[in-house]
Write a protein that binds this ligand. Sequence first.
Ligand SMILES: [Zn+2]
Ligand SMILES: [Zn+2]
Length: 173
Amino acid sequence: MNRPLPMPGPRFPTPKPRFDLFVICPGNSCRLKTDPIRLLVPLPLPKDVMRGLWPSRERPLYLACPACHEVSVYGQAFFGDFVEQENRAWLSISFRCGWEGCTVPAEFHVLIDRKANAVKQDELRHLLNRGHWKGVLPCGHPVTAAGDKKVVFEWVAGRMQGYDAADPRWEKL
Ligand SMILES: [Zn+2]
Ligand SMILES: [Zn+2]
């Protein structure tokens, strides 16, 4: 029989783009200057996100850039389609500022490889104290100002919450 050879199927299925929100690091010397930092918003997008009401200037997000580690404040984000999968997840780092006379609640988020069961709190604490993340807290003091205060590390469930010093969740700190 002289049957035609079957055409080979695609070796890899074309990945479907995933809708997400992103921000761009404002750092002048950041190598990710033009690359998006994804906010990893769970789908389907909530209505306020669709309407551009999250993040907001009133409750902005404090995010550490994964490239230059500078913590910046983001009051708005952009919409985009992403084909590549993001294997990291946002982790929240919160504490009360330990600068002398200042106890203002502080929080910023970092992108961490989630499969790192390897992520140990004392290692994160060490990174925080030795200045791995740079920039300033909502009170204007440096990110390293946690000092010896209690620090809470939490994976973000759902989407990140914007910063609000009056939020009752600071009572745990
Ligand atoms: Zn950066
Ligand atoms: Zn402070």
